[in-house]
Design a protein around this ligand. Structure first.
Ligand code: FES
Length: 168
């Protein structure tokens, strides 16, 4: 009798152990399936070193398939408290360079320090604010964070959240 009980206990524990290992392996497999691939995580971010940029220079980078402009403002350009990104004592204008009317890509005119949309004549100032024509809103500011002299597009840092709140 006691040998039977011991055998039953042993079998129960052995089966329980196998079930636990199986459940653990299944959970690990489910997590692997749900987690985005490292390449997908990396693809969500675009980093831009701002240190070599000259005053008045405009750079366009691709972030999640969209063009994002970064303009290092000159002293002559007016400040935009609710849109300027300040890094190392310099002000930058950052925005998704897509017209908020019907989605064309406005071209930057460095002589006039403004963006002009060829589709229907919409205009945006150096801060990315709509100033003329059909665009109903400023160009969108992409989520970003500042890491030293690097702009990281794709992550909401405190500087982005401050601008977001100011524009709410
Ligand atoms: S799409 Fe830019 S003005 Fe219409």
């Amino acid at each position: 009798m006691s040998e039977n009980v011991n055998r039953r206990d042993f079998l129960g524990m052995a089966l329980g152990g196998v079930a636990l290992v199986g459940a653990g392996a299944t959970l690990a497999a489910v997590k692997r399936t749900w987690d985005p691939l490292p390449s997908v995580i990396a693809a969500g971010f675009t980093t831009v070193d701002l240190s070599p940029m000259a005053e008045g220079e405009l750079r366009v980078v691709e972030w999640r398939g969209k063009p994002v402009y970064i303009l290092k403002k000159t002293a002559a350009m007016s400040a935009c408290d609710t849109r300027d990104v300040n890094v190392g004592g310099a002000a930058y204008s950052v925005g998704i360079q897509i017209c908020t009317h019907l989605g064309c890509i406005p071209a930057y005119d460095s002589g006039k320090a403004m963006f002009k949309c060829a589709c229907h004549g919409g205009e945006f100032d150096a801060c990315g604010r709509n100033t003329f024509g059909p665009p109903p809103t400023p160009m969108e500011i992409p989520p970003f964070k500042i890491d030293g002299n690097t702009l990281v597009l794709g992550e909401e840092g405190p500087e982005f959240l401050k601008l977001k709140e100011a524009n709410a």
